[in-house]
Design a protein around this ligand. Structure first.
Ligand SMILES: [Zn+2]
Ligand SMILES: [Zn+2]
Length: 224
């Protein structure tokens, strides 16, 4: 029987779950990059997680969740996403701040509060950024990365991927540009050879890196 994971370990579990879900290989260097911490810090935490039975590490240093790690990750992600909704709907906290603020609170949510949140939020299947709650991955599977739309397409933004959420500066920039779920954009340029990706939003021409555009998901606007 594992003891309850600490807040730090819960944060690691959530990121490992997300990378694993997307089919990305999980290694320490990648975690250090995403979490903005040093490689030695990651190594220390991973050793602790291995000892406590949350993860396994193979001979190529690839990290995978154990069954209890997987369950704990699903639990914290669910609490994280419900907390984002709570902060958004009740306190009107802006989209760009939700992820950071939820991180400070999610770890202390009791099962009773979690149950109550699910009921009063009407059992959401995605977070305010459009990312699927664990077990609800179907909710987002029809949305394509913006880079998958040809020039001239009109699409409605549905999802800002978890890894963009994790990047506070990027979230601030997206907020300034008005990019959020529900807005309609036109793809103006999708020219990978020349590294040029542009969208038009509210008559404004916006350049995005391919790396960012790949993590914004959208669906075709009916009739376009
Ligand atoms: Zn978040
Ligand atoms: Zn979110």
């Amino acid at each position: 029987m594992n003891k309850a994971p600490t807040a730090t370990i819960e944060d690691y579990l959530g990121i490992i779950y997300t990378l694993q879900r997307d089919g990305e290989e999980v290694i320490g260097a990648r975690l250090a990059e995403i979490m903005h911490v040093s490689a030695p810090t990651v190594t220390v935490t991973l050793k602790r997680m291995l000892r406590d039975g949350w993860i396994e590490i193979d001979e190529k240093k690839r990290v995978t969740l154990t069954e209890s790690g997987y369950e704990a990750a699903r639990s914290v992600l669910r609490r994280h996403m419900l907390t984002e909704w709570l902060l958004s709907r009740v306190l009107n906290i802006p989209l760009s701040e939700l992820h950071e603020e939820a991180h400070k609170i999610e770890h202390t949510l009791s099962p009773l509060v979690e149950e109550q949140l699910i009921t009063s939020l009407d059992d959401p299947n995605v977070c305010p950024h459009g990312n699927p709650l664990p077990g609800q991955e179907n909710a987002s599977q029809h949305w394509l990365p913006l880079t998958g739309f040809i020039e001239g397409s009109v699409a409605i933004i549905r999802r800002i991927h978890e890894l963009l959420e994790e990047d506070y500066n990027m979230m601030t920039r997206l907020a300034q540009l008005g990019i959020q779920p529900g807005v309609i954009v036109q793809v103006n340029a999708n020219d990978r050879a020349n590294y040029l990706f542009e969208i038009i939003l509210n008559d404004q021409l916006i350049q995005l890196s391919f790396e960012t555009a790949e993590k914004l998901f959208a669906e075709n606007l009916p009739g376009h």
